[in-house]
Ligand binder design. Structure first.
Ligand SMILES: Nc1ncnc2c1ncn2[C@@H]1O[C@H](COP(=O)(O)OP(=O)(O)OP(=O)(O)O)[C@@H](O)[C@H]1O
Ligand SMILES: [Mg+2]
Length: 606
């Protein structure tokens, strides 16, 4: 999603969304604002000190009040130093606290969102909401607020002092202001536009960079290194051109700013020369203010655009934390069963493991056609169901619904005879073991990962589970055994090894319902045979749904479902389906012949 800063109207509603986070730190914010006010006041009175010293000590040629002057001046400098220290520390603290609270809240909310949210939003998008948006909001409500109070105090203070001391000259100095505002605004617009282009190119470069790294293997395999490299160089060349352009504008901006303050000072010189003759101190004071008020004016113009962009950050952040999960527990269900952070396990009924699809229709939230239509299926507890069918038939969809990663679009899913929506997701998930088509491990050791299944698992249980899935030999080969690091997402292991570990993890959890989605797709035939034996042992007494491509692995299933285009076209035991001579039998014969040919080839090679 891209936001054009120019097209975003100035909205104030965003602030209201941040106030609840700020409330906790209202005392600190108040102190910070007082510090900002004090800084502005101290800055305002500095020219008055020099005015006095010039008028009194230099022009008046007397040093009678010098000790008192030095004391007061020293106090003001000391105060300013202490005050600066406090305001900067406070602003940093508020910035960090605020973004931390917002990040925590967003992260907590992310845990409650459904599967579909993560399918629809990329990691990069979510990461940016969590880190960069919250960071910008944090800065706005700390540093920008502090600077705002400081600059506004200085601006009002200096204008008031000038008006009080010499109203005519003050009005003259201020008459330059409208001109300056127009000048700055024009530059500012140009600067915002060119900065936006630089940012866009920068994010394109980051994107290419990421792709160059994550897709390195594919790039090499396709032999497109040269093209990728050329594209990257073009992007960086454009970046260079635009950055230099931006630097030029920035340079011109700085020069104009200098010119503008000189102009204001020239006015003072021109009209105020007569004061210089009599009151050198007042003259110097006006010169200081004429130069000093440029910075607050530039700041105000700058901050308007900053404020508008931060509105976009707030809007994007709010959208994330206000996303309603597609699958959420009803209030009365949460009341009884608790939520992920406060489960009320004492109210949970034990799960038997009966599963029933009743006239289920299902369409993915971002899909445009039904994957399942009027789908009926009964899986009595303790039975072993195999689901087979071609790619895209809807096998994973069926198990996604059993796990309530998605809610049926129509009809109902019954668990132990009651609509799944009558009980909490956590209640169901606590009884399901799921080995995914694309296994995921968390960074840490193999042991850590296995214990995610059951934190109380004993060493014996862990070893037994590993032996069951034939992962024990693999662990023995590793130098550090169970304490080996698996890397980010388990990337230091092969896909087959990750599947074995996640299978063992599921077994350690001892679930009532076990779901294996192509759990053996990435292991060799010998390991597969061993896992097959394990599956037969592990699923005894549990409800099991096993999805398999290789039909030879599902021969023992209580019932085999053949799915095609979201419909069950055949169901029955292996022998019966073969006898029936339908789709399954054709599929089986073809696979059997392929496997036989493969093994003949293998023998010939040997
Ligand atoms: N997250 C999703 N959003 C939209 N459509 C999806 C999504 N996931 C799957 N589909 C679509 O739903 C249909 C069924 O997909 P499903 O993943 O259930 O197939 P499958 O039988 O498990 O296939 P495979 O054997 O390749 O794993 C496909 O047409 C697919 O394009
Ligand atoms: Mg699948």
């Amino acid at each position: 999603m891209k936001h054009d800063e120019r097209s975003v109207p100035l909205k104030w509603f965003g602030i209201g969304k941040v106030l609840p986070f700020l409330k906790k730190y209202r005392a600190q914010v108040a102190v910070m604002l007082i510090c900002g006010l004090a800084t502005g006041l101290v800055d305002t009175i500095q020219p008055l000190f020099s005015r006095y010293s010039l008028n009194h000590f230099v022009a008046g040629r007397t040093l009678d009040t010098l000790p008192l002057f030095i004391c007061l001046y020293a106090v003001s400098i000391l105060f300013s130093a202490v005050n600066n220290y406090y305001s900067c520390t406070l602003a940093t603290k508020i910035e960090v606290w605020l973004s931390k609270d917002m990040r925590n809240k967003a992260f907590e909310h992310l845990q409650t969102l459904s599967f579909s949210y993560f399918n629809q939003n990329s990691v990069g998008y979510i990461h940016a909401r969590l880190i960069s948006d919250t960071g910008k909001i944090g800065t706005l409500f700390s540093w920008t607020l502090l600077e705002g109070v400081w600059h506004l105090t200085y601006l009002t203070g200096s204008v008031t002092v000038m008006l009080l001391i010499n109203a005519r000259l003050a009005l003259l100095v201020m008459s330059v202001m409208p001109l300056i505002v127009v000048f700055f605004s024009i530059f500012q617009k140009k600067l915002v536009a060119v900065n936006r282009t630089v940012r866009e190119i920068n994010s394109r470069i980051t994107g290419s960079f990421n792709e160059g790294i994550t897709g390195a293997k594919t790039i090499k395999a396709l032999v497109i290194e040269d093209r990728i490299n050329r594209d990257f160089q073009n992007e960086t060349a454009e970046m260079k051109r635009k950055s230099i352009h931006a630097a030029r504008i920035r340079g011109a901006f700085g020069a104009t700013m200098h010119l503008a303050s000189s102009l204001a000072m020239a006015v003072v010189l021109w009209r105020g020369g007569y004061i210089a003759a009599s009151e050198i101190g007042t003259f110097s004071m006006f010169m200081s203010y004429a130069e000093g008020i440029m910075e607050p004016i530039r700041w105000i113009i700058d901050i308007i655009s900053d404020f508008i962009t931060t509105q976009v950050n707030i809007e994007r952040y709010t959208k994330l934390v206000e996303t309603v999960p597609d699958v959420s527990d009803l209030p009365e269900v949460t009341e009884k069963y608790g939520d992920s952070f406060n489960p009320k396990k004492e109210n949970w009924e034990p799960i038997k493991g009966d599963i029933e699809f009743k006239n289920v229709d299902f369409m993915y939230p971002d899909g445009d056609e039904y994957v399942l239509k009027n789908f009926d299926l009964k899986i009595p507890f303790g039975s072993n169901v195999a689901v087979v069918g071609e790619t895209g038939a809807g096998k994973s969809t069926i198990v996604n619904l059993i796990c309530r990663f998605y809610e049926p679009t129509g009809g109902a899913l019954l668990i132990d005879g009651r609509d799944a929506r009558e009980r909490s997701q956590l209640w169901l998930h606590s009884a399901i073991g799921y080995v995914l088509q694309t296994p995921h491990l968390f960074s840490g050791t193999i042991r850590d990962n296995l214990k995610y299944g059951n934190p109380e698992a004993t060493e014996e249980q862990i070893i037994e589970a590993l032996r069951l899935v034939s992962a024990d030999r693999m662990i023995e080969r590793l130098e550090k055994g169970l304490d080996s690091d698996v890397g980010e997402g388990g990337d230091l292991l092969s896909t087959g090894e990750k599947q074995l570990i996640s299978f063992a993890r599921a077994i350690i959890a001892d679930p009532r319902i076990l779901i294996l989605d192509e759990a053996t797709a990435s292991v060799d035939t010998i390991t597969e045979q061993q896992i097959q034996n394990a599956i037969d042992r592990v699923i005894a007494g549990r409800t099991a749904v096993v999805i398999a491509h290789r039909l030879s692995t599902v021969r023992n299933a209580d019932i085999i479902l053949v799915v095609k285009d979201g419909k069950i076209i055949e169901r029955g035991r292996h022998g019966d389906l073969l006898k029936a001579g339908g789709y399954y039998s054709r599929l089986y014969t073809r696979q059997y012949e392929d496997e036989a040919t493969d093994s003949v080839f293998a023998e010939n090679r040997a």
